[in-house]
Design a protein around this ligand. Structure first.
Ligand SMILES: Cc1ncc(COP(=O)(O)O)c(C=O)c1O
Length: 361
């Protein structure tokens, strides 16, 4: 069976390095928000070209705390793409604001032309999701956000290391929010997340928001939660960050190989914008016979997934926020299929998967 993702291959490759780093960390005797977290925050903010980084518990918290630090809450509206992972919109609900859904374009990214139509007096922010590893048009989004006095929050959970034009994602907007869930382009061995920002004021608030609103060990100065990154995850992330660019290149090679090898005319390959460096968190093809193709691949020993079978307007938790029409997202949701793609997948496996797809009628 070719698994959708095989974590053990990566672990076997990194085992010695990780064991060494973890032993040092354990011997240091500090396990939550300690020196490894601080070093990771410094390294990651540098990697993203941002002034500040705050390690948190998850990508969901990264989004939620960003909204809180900018004062977004009850009575506010936040624009999100309808075809994102559920946590993008859950974070908006956590803040007390209302998610306003927008359809996607033919690259699966938020349709920027639709955004002005849903801006109201209550709109406070746009969350741009760099879905599947491809950056949204950040130049256009930043100009729009500036013109309409809105915050721009980048949901970079799936796009660690992606670029729009010559600039990496994360620091184009007011906040860049990352997830280090194990499947991500750099994943922890548990939950983890981070926020990058260039704004010192937000940075200072975020440090308190992730730590019960405290400014030091004993004084609480605002509402806050426990959303700390632990030393174990930070140690692992520091090891993996060194490999991220190399692994993203490998992801791009695999995507190219899929593009060259899949020649079934009934399959639509993912489109990419020329100004974007896609990091292929996912390789998502489209087929009108998606469910049959998926079964066929499964029967032939290939595991696949669907990201996502239902857009937010079809999810019970979000139906009440679904005003308007989302024809693209609804059509694509029936056709999308994510093929295995991770840095340790071999060329032979990619060719085998492609050959099976080519045999599908
Ligand atoms: C686009 C997107 N946003 C946010 C998240 C939430 O990240 P986490 O699972 O770390 O909370 C995810 C994770 O699946 C995601 O894919």
């Amino acid at each position: 069976m070719i698994k959708f993702i095989d974590f053990v291959r990566e672990y076997s490759y990194l085992r010695k390095e990780i064991s060494r780093a973890l032993t040092m960390m354990f011997k240091g005797g500090w396990y939550v928000l300690g020196p490894e977290v601080k070093k990771f925050e410094d390294e990651f903010s540098r990697y993203c070209g941002a002034k500040y980084c705050v390690g948190v518990n998850s990508g969901t918290d990264a989004l939620y705390l960003s909204l809180l630090s900018a004062g977004v809450g009850q009575g506010d509206e936040v624009i999100v793409p309808v075809n994102t992972a559920i946590p993008t919109a859950i974070a908006v609900l956590m803040s007390g604001a209302i998610p306003v859904l927008v359809d996607c374009d033919n690259s699966f990214l938020i349709d920027i032309e639709q955004i002005p139509k849903v801006i109201t007096k209550k709109t406070k922010a746009i969350i741009a999701v760099h879905l599947y590893g491809q950056a949204c048009n950040l130049r256009a989004l930043r100009a729009l956000a500036k013109k309409r006095h809105l915050l721009l929050i980048e949901d970079c959970a799936q796009a660690n290391g992606a670029y729009w034009e010559e600039k990496i994602v994360g620091a184009w907007g007011d906040f860049g929010c990352f997830s280090f869930y194990p499947t991500k382009n750099i994943g922890a061995y548990g939950d983890g997340g981070a926020i990058v920002t260039n704004n010192q004021n937000y940075y200072k608030k975020l440090l308190q928001l992730r730590f019960y609103g405290q400014k030091n060990r004993t004084e609480s100065v605002r509402f806050g939660i426990n959303s700390r990154l632990d030393e174990l995850q930070a140690t692992i992330l520091r090891v993996k960050l060194k490999y991220l660019d190399r692994w993203n290149k490998r992801r791009q090679q695999i995507a190219e190989l899929y593009r060259k090898s899949i020649n079934n005319l009934n399959i639509t390959l993912p489109s990419t914008a020329s100004n974007s460096r896609h990091v292929y968190h996912l390789f998502v093809i489209r087929s009108k016979q998606r469910d049959k193709l998926r079964k066929f691949l499964q029967k032939n020993g290939v595991e696949t997934l669907v990201h996502y079978p239902k857009p937010l307007n079809k999810q019970a938790a979000f139906k009440r926020y679904a005003h308007g029409f989302f024809p693209r997202a609804e059509k694509y949701a029936k056709e999308l299929l994510s093929l295995p793609l991770y840095p340790f997948l071999t060329d032979a496996e990619v060719k085998k998967i492609s050959a099976i797809i080519n045999r599908f009628i």
